[in-house]
Write a protein that binds this ligand. Structure first.
Ligand code: E4P
Length: 227
């Protein structure tokens, strides 16, 4: 399973890259707007930091305009994946962009029917928003499972990206459901590492170690003399 960072913030990206587990980045117009920098500049900076897929969303809403905007975005860097909203005009744009060899990520996907249309149009990635589905009182993970079973039944190669992830349980369940990618806010990546038993266990290990070496000073690592 690939991990993408769901952010357009450069500091978050630099910090996340230090963990060595990030394969790409997803942005959306809201995340770009938060940074207050023109989209092209911000995307260039992101692509300078990471060698992996970087999803950037079009902001037009007619197929022809989305197509032109998508081509422009794709020219910024070879790693750009053009994000297109899952609307009727978006599907037209995805079909055209796919035929031009431009990789697309169909975003704002909330149903298996939409995901099927995205795959038929040649999308490289489809992004079901599991957190927002859960917010409605439905089950976002069922959506991932349904898309996965339809895609494997018909051999679609469109990758399923679990988006709108709210916590580690979403990540684990999306992995069990077969999502190829999970895009994670920085905070959720930090949460992946945390477990109270790890913290308690480590505290005990270090306490035992320090107590032992306080009693036997010669064994303290700092006091060892090299020949
Ligand atoms: C990713 O591509 C989406 O833009 C993102 O995961 C949306 O998440 P949200 O529902 O937390 O805004």
């Amino acid at each position: 399973m690939k991990f993408f960072l769901d952010s357009a913030n450069l500091e978050e990206l630099k910090n996340a890259l230090e963990w060595g587990i990030i394969d790409g980045v997803t942005t959306n117009p809201s995340l770009i707007a938060k940074e207050g920098v023109p989209v092209e500049d911000q995307i260039r900076r992101i692509c300078d930091l990471i060698d992996g897929d970087v999803s950037v969303e079009v902001v037009s809403s007619l197929a022809g305009e989305m197509f032109e905007e998508g081509k422009q975005l794709a020219r910024i860097h070879p790693n750009i994946v053009v994000k297109v909203p899952m609307i009727a005009e978006g599907i037209k744009a995805v079909s055209r962009l796919s035929k031009e060899g431009i990789r697309t990520n169909v975003t704002l996907c909330f149903s298996a029917a939409q995901a099927l249309a995205a795959a038929k149009a040649g999308a490289y990635i489809v992004s079901p928003f599991i957190g927002r589905v859960d917010d409605l009182g439905w089950n976002g993970l069922d959506l991932i499972r349904d898309i996965g079973s339809i895609y494997s039944r018909y051999g679609f190669v469109t990758q399923i990206l679990a988006a709108s992830i709210r916590g580690p349980l979403h990540v684990v369940e999306a992995a069990k459901a077969g999502a190829h990618i999970a895009t994670l806010p920085f905070k959720v990546i930090e949460q992946l590492f945390q477990h109270p038993l790890t913290e308690r266990g480590l505290e005990q290990f270090l306490t035992d170690y320090n107590n032992a070496f306080e009693k036997i000073p010669v064994m303290r690592p700092l006091q060892l003399k090299r020949p």
